[in-house]
Design a protein around this ligand. Structure first.
Ligand code: F6P
Length: 373
């Protein structure tokens, strides 16, 4: 089919590489298909409230190295269940989906490119089911989406965490302290694992493997006995102690996002450790620094590849799909197959095996536990 006018929105939490996608979609749609490109502002909010602007080759010229998204984004604003606080401070919900579809039609768009994580892509699928021609483009620093080997934004986040670990290593060693670094990742440990391996962490705690405090303490003591009184621990925000729930800083019921805010486990563990050892313990929460800043080249290339393949998929009328990286290639994956699934680190992951094989503790007892430090 011919593409005359296409729309693009970025939804959910931002990450590095979003602007590479916007630039690639814009350039490819204009240069290869002669189409007009409309940027919908602030995710689905822009579709609900009709906020948009035209994107051009010139207007997207210098955005490749920029973090964030020039279109803005939000992880609130579900058009099917729009949550807002009323005058009395109570959460109310309203369905704006029909209004969004009418705005889409009024814009005369042949396709809507929905760039987002699982929540945003699920919304994209709901609109597709209601007749909107949608192509999904996966993004998230968490790397937790099904159907794709990597999401853009992830490598940059891992690098930020790795850089932080390099710095914590030197200050930790100088002061002979235990340094805890809390990283993002929601219910998955991808960032913690790869940052921990690349940043030389001694302990990595991830949501997929509930940790046993005794095992963490044993690792620190072993290092002390071996003449290394300092230790560096990476903990994913969703990590939990055996038999306990993940620590949240705000419950889902009181948030416009509709999901709980994770966070606090780093300080929790730091307190637990300092109650048991004679070393000083310090915690650093890396937070949103993992989402901002200049994207690594990997994320720029991946974003660009996904962008142009998304436009090609639209030109072929292959709506209802997400473009995804599998092995070395960009392929199409039905949005329906994602179904809100989260891709956690599998128990037999080579990353887990790699970490434990070089003596990193994952907060559990290993069958063939060596005494490495
Ligand atoms: O999904 C991306 C992510 O950065 C998670 O790692 C983190 O838990 C969450 O978003 C933070 O969201 P917010 O921007 O609402 O604080």
């Amino acid at each position: 089919m011919s593409l005359k006018r296409v729309g693009i929105l970025t939804g959910g939490g931002d990450c590095s590489g979003l602007n590479a996608v916007i630039r690639a979609v814009t350039r490819s749609a204009i240069i290869s298909y002669g189409a007009e490109v409309i940027g919908i502002e602030e995710g689905f909010e822009g579709l609900i409230f009709d906020r948009h602007r035209e994107l051009t080759v010139t207007g997207t010229r210098d955005i490749l190295p920029l973090g964030g998204t020039i279109l803005g984004t939000t992880n609130k604003g579900d058009p099917f269940e729009y949550r807002q606080f009323n005058k009395d401070g109570h959460l109310t919900t309203q369905d704006y989906s029909q209004q969004s579809i009418e705005n889409f039609r009024r814009l005369g768009l042949d396709c809507l490119f929905v760039v987002g994580g699982d929540g945003t892509l699920q919304l994209g699928y709901k609109f597709f089911e209601r007749g909107v021609p949608v192509i999904g483009i996966p993004k998230t620093i968490d790397n937790d989406l099904m159907g794709t080997d990597y999401t853009f934004g992830y490598q940059t986040a891992v690098q930020v965490a790795c850089d932080a670990l390099d710095r914590l290593q030197t200050t930790g060693e100088s002061h002979q302290r235990v340094m805890v670094l809390e990283v993002m990742g929601r219910d998955t440990g991808w960032i913690a694992l790869e940052a921990g391996i690349s940043g030389g962490a001694h302990v990595i705690l991830i949501p997929e493997i509930p940790y046993d405090l005794e095992q963490v303490l044993e690792k620190i003591r072993l290092r002390q006995e071996g003449g290394s009184p300092f230790s560096v621990i990476v903990v994913a925000e969703g990590a939990k102690e055996t038999g306990k729930e993940a620590i949240t800083s705000e419950a889902a019921s009181t948030r416009l996002q509709g999901v709980a805010q994770l966070g606090g486990v780093g300080n929790y563990i730091a307190k637990q450790l300092s109650d048991h050892i004679d070393l000083e313990v310090r915690c650093t929460v890396l937070g949103h620094t993992q989402r901002g800043g200049t994207p690594l080249s990997f994320d720029r290339v991946l974003g660009t590849r996904l962008g142009i393949h998304a436009v090609e998929a639209a030109a072929e009328g292959k709506f209802g799909n997400m473009v995804a990286l599998q092995a070395r290639d960009i392929v199409l994956v039905p949005l329906e197959s994602l179904a809100g699934l989260v891709r956690q680190v599998p128990p037999d992951s080579q990353l887990i095996h790699t970490a434990e094989s070089i003596g990193i503790s994952l907060g559990r007892r290993r069958a063939a536990d060596g005494k490495g430090q």
